[in-house]
Each structure stands twice: as C-alpha cells, then as structure tokens.
Design a protein around this ligand. Structure first.
Ligand code: 13P
Length: 250
C-alpha cells in the first residue's frame, strides 16, 4: 500500500511572516494525517518554515535546485545547500520552469540525479499542454518525459522518485482533469515505469495529480487507484483549504 503524499507548492507567494503563520495554523490541523504532508516553499521562506515546522509532521521542500554542487552559477541554489539546512523534498521540472526558465528533459534528469546524490526526495513534474491532449498525444508526451527524467537512475532511486502528473491546462485555471482521466494518465506513467524497471519498482512509485486540486475535488481524485497524492498550488496557500485536502479521508 503506497502512502499518499500531499504536497503544497507555494510558487512565488508568501513572505516569511506569512509562511510561519500558515505553518503554525496548519500543524495542529494535520497532526493526525495518514498522508505525508509537505510544503514546497520559496527559498526565502525555507529556513523560517523549517524552524516553524520543527516537532510537527510537516515536511519542507524547495521548488527547484541546480544540478551542480557549487560554483559560478549566479542566482542558483544547489542540492547540497538545500540539504545543509534540513530541506527534505525538492520539486524538479515544474511546467512553469520548463515553460519560462528553459528547463529541458535533460536538465530535469541531471537535477534528479543531483537530488539523490544529496539525499533529497524529488518530486518530478510531467504534463501535457491542451493542444497535446486534444491531438491525442498526452500519454506519449508524459511517458516520454517520465522515461527521460528517470534515465540512468537505479531501480531503488526510481522507486523513491515521486512523479507529479500535472496537465498544464489544469494548472491555475480552475479546470481539473476528471478523476478518471487523471487516473488513466497516472496509470500510463506507472505502466511505462513497469516496462522499463519492472512491476515491483512501478508498484512503489508515488504518482501525484496536480492542477486545480481543491477541497471540493480532492477526495474523488485521491481515492482513485493510481493517484497517490496531490501537488497543490493555490489551495495550499491557506491552512484551512490545504488541511481539508490533507484530511480528505477523515
Ligand atoms: P494549482 O493547484 O494552483 O492549479 O497549481 C498546481 C500546480 O502547479 C502545483 O505544482
């Protein structure tokens, strides 16, 4: 049985004081959660969030990292730096980074390897555009992205990678994939992993759905057979809405 992972992605939102207030409010509401609870916060909130989350079951993640360990990469943050302050998770290859910051399947793969080298838990995002979905290419796109992201990893590393299926047309739009469509996409990703790495590995991989997940639709999505969690943007900014998603089964 895979443990669900419910992760918030705050994107470029929340000042440190807001982060600390949100986490303080959230902690008592999710203390009995059955799922792993993660908040992926901006770099400037990391330290404050880690301190506030101490002694709670809330885990803290970053939203990006560089694949090199150190060097002349102005403005970048390495996996080693994240690990050094106690960060546990890192989002890699979010569609906004692929779209606005020229991330490619190749950089995603390098970052994934660097995340494992630094003992961070990666959440790798894949997803198709509306045009790709309408032209019937969605499954080909997402399974290719998955294969390229995982290339060269050991079976154990693949099993410990979290994949977030985030259809780009559903992000921040209020349009959610139907639970059947989202589940089918997650299933295709798992089948591809099974084909390359074997069913045992595929059965262990956590595959999240992301894209306008909110309290009203979380239960239906999270109860599907192949959806093992959520990556939540807008609804993760407030303790009251994020808590309802985390506690979808209560
Ligand atoms: P929304 O939940 O705001 O649609 O964002 C989804 C997302 O991109 C999470 O990474």
């Amino acid at each position: 049985m895979r443990k669900k992972v419910i992760a918030g992605n705050w994107k470029m939102n929340m000042l440190p004081n807001e982060a600390m207030a949100m986490i303080s409010n959230l902690a008592p509401l999710v203390k009995d959660a059955d799922s792993e609870v993660v908040l992926c916060v901006p770099y400037t909130d990391l330290f404050y969030s880690l301190l506030t989350a101490q002694g709670t079951n809330i885990k803290i993640g970053a939203q990006n990292m560089h694949f090199e360990e150190k060097g002349a990469y102005t403005g970048e943050i390495s996996g080693k730096m994240l690990k050094s302050i106690g960060v546990e998770y890192v989002i890699i290859g979010h569609s906004e980074r692929r779209q606005y910051f020229a991330e490619t399947d190749e950089t995603v793969n390098k970052k994934l390897k660097a995340a494992f080298a630094n003992d961070l838990k990666p959440i790798v995002c894949v997803g198709e555009t509306l045009g790709e979905r309408e032209s019937g290419k969605a499954f080909e796109i997402i399974t290719n992205q998955t294969q390229k992201a995982l290339d060269g990893l050991t079976d154990e590393q693949v099993a410990n990678t979290i994949i977030a299926y985030e259809p780009i047309w559903a992000i921040g739009t209020g349009k959610t994939a139907t639970s059947e469509d989202a589940n089918e996409a997650c299933k295709k990703i798992r089948e591809k992993i099974a084909k390359i790495y074997g069913q045992n590995v595929a059965d262990r991989v956590i595959i999240q759905y992301g894209g306008s997940m909110k309290p009203e639709n979380a239960k239906e999505l999270l109860e599907m057979s192949d959806i093992d969690g959520g990556l939540i943007g807008g609804a993760s900014l407030k303790a009251e809405s994020f808590e309802k998603i985390v506690n979808y089964n209560k």
